[in-house]
Design a protein around this ligand. Sequence first.
Ligand code: ADP
Ligand code: ZN
Ligand code: ZN
Length: 802
Amino acid sequence: MLKSFTYKITSAEADFLKKGIRVAVEFGKSKIYTALVYNIHNSPPLGYEAKDIHQILDETPVVNEIQLKHWEWIANYYMCSLGEVFRAALPSAFLLESETAIQLVQNFTNESELTNDEFLIFEALQYQSQLSIQQIAEIIDKKTVFPVIKDLIAKNVINVKEQIYEQYKPKLVKYIQLSTQWTENEQLSELLEMLKNAKKQRAVILTLFQLKSKNKPIKVVQLQEDSNCSLAVIKSLVDKGILEYYFIQKDRINFTGKSSEIKELTEHQKSAYNRIRKSFKKKQTVLLKGITSSGKTEIYVKLIKELLHDNKQVLYLLPEIALTTQLIERLQHYFGEYLSVFHSKYSMNERVEVWNNVLENKQKAQLILGARSSLFLPFSNLGLIIVDEEHEPSFKQYDPAPRYHARDAAIVLAKMHGSNVLLGSATPSIETYYNAQQGKYEFVELNRRYGDVLLPEMELVDIKEKHRKKKMTGHFSDRLIEMISDALLQKEQVILFQNRRGFAPIVECKTCGVSPQCPHCDVSLTFHSFKNELRCHYCGHRQAMPHNCGACGSSSLNTKGFGTEQIEMELTQLFPDYKIGRMDYDSTRGKYSYQKIIGQFQAHEIDILVGTQMLSKGLDFANVSLVGIMNADNMLNFPDFRAHERSYQLMVQVAGRAGRAKKRGKVAIQTFNPYHQILQQVSTNSYEEMYKEQMEERRQYHYPPFYRLIKITLRHKNYNRVEEGAVWLGKSLSNIFKEQVLGPSTPAISRVRSFYIRTIIIKIPQKQALGLTKKHILRIKNSFQAVKEFRSIRFNMDVDNY
Ligand code: ADP
Ligand code: ZN
Ligand code: ZN
């Protein structure tokens, strides 16, 4: 499904052009797009007349041949067009097109500098805040607009409108501590003796020791206030080498500090590291299964160090980069001047800069840390790809196309570069573990936590029983309350996990039982108490919480279920003397709010942190001794063949946040069903057993890894239209694939954003040729779209849709 287009070029252009250079071309009726030279050939296109190209945009390729080959693979495997891959891959700044909006740079006055065409555009922008390239072409009545636009940008008259995200620069918070020489042999009396003639400095030291006993990092301002001294006094202690400043949040883009030495690996880590190196000689891909806090990251660091030494590029893929500031910080310490972060929240210019640095193989882009889209960068000399937390669902892109899985696409990319891949996880996905068992990947295991801290002690709390015995306060069992109190008394921190945001997932009328529904989707609205409103978690619709039932007018509305907001509220009542924080999609919307919460928790300004699955992503806090899972049942009951696997991974990962530093941590799991096999497996850390059981189910019910899945989704605003289309398509597919076709079915959420949805899943046995299967599907898709009534139905294909 490459769908490339052929344009006419002169022989001079042919000499100049190379694969991977951008050109501006006309597409459709006088629309201009940026295109990429994919092939230079002598065969005229079939069925249409080749047009001339408008303009050449680059002097040298911005995309290299390995990338093109990789994108081709993605398009073929994931059944999308090469253009879709290209648009996902290139930073939007590289993609001028007819719809691109142009706006005026404020303060430009030097009109006499402008040519006639330029002036026309300038003038039009006095009346309209922005113009599309299409409109500009009409204004100057020319097809070739890019040169004019380019000049106007160069003269700083206009710029290209973009969604500008602010540069990622959290504020620095300054903390203070005793310098190493004094922490090593902490002798208060000796210090005081030394300072006996400096009264104010003595007072500062005494206050510092008082604050230290609270076991929290000490802010400079706090020390100053509590000791009632000026900053100068503190500074003189720093000058004497008794105290030192440090920072918890740092600038993540420009690294200025000097890099620190990497950590000495423990014997176990060393052995794992050596096995990985040996395995790389045998197989391209290695799975490192290391329990939480075993030091997987330190092993990656050692490997990276070596590759950088050999001048190789390294790609470090992370599930959700916004959630991993701690890791960025850690790597910045080791690899500062070699490290670039590629982040969808960075501004367009920053992304272009990283792209160009990789393209030119610059030193500071030798190690790239990024989420799935960093796979598309122009690597030329890749030595290793690390896929950290490879089991994470966010490596898969669902919408829009290309609907690729970054782990799988990374393995293909590495093959093209002749480089290795390291997949790391404490809870590998079933398909990866299966591949390791089959010998497709090498396998290395690490079963000891750093410092030999034991994995947390797990306790299943039967809340059915607790409800019966009236031992529940809100959603907290007496046992969980006791455990939280214990931890707080020890000045330790607590993480509570609730996999639902908002206050209550459902509002229900006590009189007639009706719940308010989203007007655009087929779902009940979720109650958010802080704003006293109802929200749709599928389309973002919001409305004020009604006073009366919309159906019967009764005023007795009830909430059912519970989310993070409610837990937070109950906690403030249960533990009024402690600081409570909440981390979920709603509390982390602002630019730096996520970093702020993490920073506060790290600085022990928050005692109890409540959150959704955001909490499971590789966070490393030394002082958390208890993790509570508020309700394990709703994840287990989710209607998906992976629900059990995912629940296992999520619970083990969240539990892994407890007791990472010195002391063994505790985990409490509240459930109505303590004998559920997954909960038993989580509490005994029995990955193998979970794997075997899940595999048996997959074998029996024809799911991956035994079968491949391709999911087709049809959407239309007209109910009958999509229904007819789905029936037609289901029949055509069944003719060929027989009982391998599931559906058409109506998903649990059958309408989203006013579109009615139908899905069909095709299950493909391992031995059936995938290429041929896809060909059949594409042929059927073409006939489907040849039916006039079906043409307006949105048709999505998702290969490996899980
Ligand atoms: P994982 O990635 O397996 O969860 P981490 O690499 O985050 O584990 O390690 C857990 C903690 O132990 C981190 O704070 C890390 O700095 C520390 N640690 C791990 N290995 C070492 C080592 N060899 N020397 C010193 N500290 C280590
Ligand atoms: Zn009612
Ligand atoms: Zn909605």
